[in-house]
Design a protein around this ligand. Sequence first.
Ligand code: PNS
Length: 164
Amino acid sequence: MKRTAIYPGSFDPVTYGHMDIVGRGRILFDHVIVVILNNPGKKTLFTVPERLEMLKESMKDLTGVSFDTFDGLLVDYARDRGVRAILRGMRAVSDFEHEFQLALMNRKLNRNIETVFLMTGMRWFFTSSSIIKEAAMFEGDISDMVPPNVYQRVKARFKEMKKA
Ligand code: PNS
C-alpha cells in the first residue's frame, strides 16, 4: 500500500526549513502532497500562484512529491483524496500551542485523520517565513535560509514595494 501524507502550509515563501520537513517526510511516506492553504491569520507577501511556482522550483529534484492549492478546510482536502496523515514541522516551544490547537481542531473535524509532527532540523530552528520576510524587508541577508530562486524573488518583491 502506498503511504501518502499531506504537508499543508502558507509557504509565503518556502524556506529550507520546509524543504527539510518534506525531505524527511519522504523517508516515512511514499508520497508527500505539499498543499498551499489559506491561513486567515496571515497577510501574505506572495500570491498563491507565485508561492506554488516557488515550491515547484525549489523541490523540482525531489521524487514522490507533488504540489497543490486548496481553498477550504484541510481535513476536507485530505478526505477527498483518501489521505489520513497530515505532516507538520514543529520548531521550539513557540510553535507548540498553535500546532496543538490546529491538530486538535482537525481531529475534532475528522477523527480519521492524524497529524504527524517532525521536529524541525536544528539548523532551521529559528527559520520562519515571517522572520525571513522581516529581515529581507530591512535588507538583512537571508541567503542561507531560502533557496536561491526564493531569495531572488523576495529581494525583487521588496524592491518593487519600495518603488511603489
Ligand atoms: O504555514 P502555516 O500558516 O502555519 O499553515 C497553516 C495552515 C494553512 C495549514 C492552516 O491555517 C490551515 O489548515 N488552513 C486551512 C483551513 C483549516 O483547515 N484550518 C484548520 C482548522 S480550523
